[in-house]
Each structure stands twice: as C-alpha cells, then as structure tokens.
Design a protein around this ligand. Structure first.
Ligand SMILES: Nc1ncnc2c1ncn2[C@@H]1O[C@H](COP(=O)(O)OP(=O)(O)OP(=O)(O)O)[C@@H](O)[C@H]1O
Ligand SMILES: [Mg+2]
Length: 318
C-alpha cells in the first residue's frame, strides 16, 4: 500500500470525458442490422482513463471533469467507484458518447468519437483555477481532446499556470494543442511516434532520429520527453539520460487506453519521487498490462506487478 502522505498532489484535467459503448459483433455489413454478442458501457476520455489508472495504482489524484445532461449523470454514476476524488463542472448540453465496434471475425476495431458539450470561458476558467490550486507543487496531467470551439492554446495556458504555481505539467496531446503546450514548457510530454512525426513534420526512421528531435524539444524548454512506440516500448529522453523501455511479449487484446496507462504509470511513480528509470518501467508495465485487456478495460494491478520485472530498461548512448 502506498503511503499517500509521501505523495505529491496529482490532478488530472478532463475537459471532454465520455461514456464509451463497446459492441462485439462478428462483422459489420453495409445496410444490414447486425446483432451484438456483447456490449458494455465504460467511462471514457483520456483524462478519465488516467484518473482510473492512478486509482488502481493506489495514488491519490483528483480528476477535474466536465459533465452535462443525462449522459453526464450516467457517467458520474459510473465514476463513483472508479475515481477517488472528482471535481465536477456541470454545463449545459450532453456529455458525449463514444462508440467502439470490435469485429470478432476480422479482429478489426472501429472507433467513433462523439462531440462534447460547449464550455464557456467563465466555466473553463473556473475549472482551470481548481485544477491548478489542487496540483499546487505536484503533478498536473493535461490530456485528451478539446471540444470544438475551445481555444487550441488552452492546454498551453494550463501549463503556464501550473508552472507559475510551482507544479509539473504532464501533457499527452497532439497537433496544435501539443505544439502550443510545448511553447509553455511542460515538464513531461508523451507523444507517440506518429504524433512526434507530425509535430516535427518529417518521418522518424529509428531511435537515433527520435532522440535527435526529442533533444531539440528539450532545448525549447520541455524537461522530459517520453516517445511511445507501440509494441516496441518507449524512449525516455531527459537532460541527463536516454532510456529505452521494452515490454515483454504479451497477448494483445485491445490497445485502447495503452497511452493513458503509460501516463498513469509514469505519473504515479513521479508523484512518489521515483527515478526516470522507475517511472519508465512503471509506464511500460501498466501500458503492456492494458493491451492484454479487452475493449476499453485498463490494466489490473496483479498483471502490472507480474510484468514490472520483465520490462527491459536500457540506457542508450545516443
Ligand atoms: N502490442 C503491444 N505489446 C506490448 N505493449 C504495448 C503494445 N502496444 C502498446 N504497448 C505499450 O503501450 C505503450 C503506449 O502505446 P502507443 O505507443 O501505441 O501509445 P498511444 O498511441 O499513445 O496509445 P493510445 O492509442 O492509447 O493513445 C507502449 O509504449 C507500450 O509500452
Ligand atoms: Mg496517445
């Protein structure tokens, strides 16, 4: 059990959470109704996933979450057992519903992401204020999509405010949201390889190329960069080290939530004062344990425990 008194405060920003519906079907056929062999409802959205992951790891965190309407009420009901501490902001409209279809005959996975409710300037100001106050000199996770209409530099603003309060911002985002956030100099970013390629505007051939680009971002004021590379694991680049973390070979059921689990694992250990190596190990173990789960289900602690020692960490001389 984790001694929470020795833990830094952790906050997670979840502006656009969702209820996820997953249908398992044999195969989609155009113009024909297909009956699901199974269906499930899960709380969704990147921030919610990170919050759920942190709770599973025994870390106290508060998730700041926008909810709306009856779907929002359903989401709150689902979250009651999945998050310890939640700061809800109620807005007009309806929380979005995301759909995932798993085809058993082909193994294909289809995902549709819904549109979330509008959040006014005053409302997001209020939520941001609460988030920054909670995080204090701890860690603040900024992740997930922004509703259409929200400024693309909102995450950059969150990063600036967290830093001004002495906290360490962790950003998992993409495109302009990530680009702006980088200008505000977050502590940690976790792009996957494709997000990094999009950011730098060129394909990255291998670790050498990735590390070169990561170092340029470090020069721009990002403290740590973790680049995730699917089954190949992840590279963690810091001012003093380049570490590669490789997961053991695991049976893959669904990769949904892998990135969120990696963020949760790393943040959990950082909040407890762990080293770069320990943080990477935990991120890789948690994410590998998540791909073993069906649908949107996240890792279970027993599997993380089992995988932890099998994660291979190498210090690269690049
Ligand atoms: N097939 C796999 N086997 C083992 N581990 C995996 C596999 N796929 C992903 N992982 C683990 O999950 C981590 C994150 O995966 P990935 O690089 O796909 O992130 P992502 O694209 O951000 O994911 P997401 O789609 O959840 O946002 C990897 O670094 C790795 O540790
Ligand atoms: Mg991701």
């Amino acid at each position: 059990m984790v001694d929470s008194s020795a833990q830094l405060p952790v906050g997670v920003l979840s502006l656009n959470p969702a209820v996820d519906i997953t249908y398992e079907i044999p195969k989609l056929i155009a113009d024909q109704k297909v009956h699901a062999s199974g269906s499930r409802y899960d709380p969704g959205g990147n921030g919610i996933n990170v919050g759920r992951g942190l709770k599973r790891l025994g870390v106290q965190a508060c998730t700041f979450c926008v909810v709306a309407g009856e779907i929002g009420r359903f989401l709150r009901h689902q979250l009651a057992t999945q998050l310890d501490q939640v700061g809800y902001l109620e807005v007009e409209g309806e929380t979005r519903i995301n759909g995932t279809i798993l085809e058993s005959l082909t193994g294909a996975q289809y995902e549709v992401s819904g549109v979330g409710p509008a959040v006014s300037e005053a409302q997001r100001e209020h939520l941001l204020e609460q988030f920054v106050t909670h995080c204090d000199e701890g860690l603040g996770v900024i992740t997930g999509s922004l509703q259409p209409g929200l400024p693309k530099d909102l995450y950059a603003e969150a990063v600036r405010r967290l830093r001004a309060a002495g906290g360490r911002p962790v950003v998992d985002s993409h495109d302009e949201m990530l680009r702006y956030a980088i200008d505000a100099q977050p502590f940690l970013i976790k792009p996957n390889r494709f997000e990094l390629e999009a950011l730098v505007g060129r394909p990255l051939a291998g670790p050498k190329d990735i590390v070169r680009e990561a170092r340029l971002l470090l020069e721009r004021g990002v403290t740590w960069i973790c680049v995730s590379m699917g089954a190949d694991g992840a590279l963690l680049v810091t001012p003093t080290s380049v570490l590669k973390g490789e997961p053991p070979s695991v049976p893959v059921r669904s990769t949904v939530g892998a990135g969120d689990s990696m963020v949760a694992g790393m943040v959990a250990r950082l909040a407890q004062g762990a080293s770069d190596e320990e943080a990477l190990r935990e991120g890789v173990a948690c994410s590998a344990a998540t791909v073993m789960q069906a649908g949107t289900e996240l890792f279970d602690e027993a599997t993380v425990e089992r995988l932890r020692g099998d994660v291979r960490i190498t210090r690269l001389a690049l």
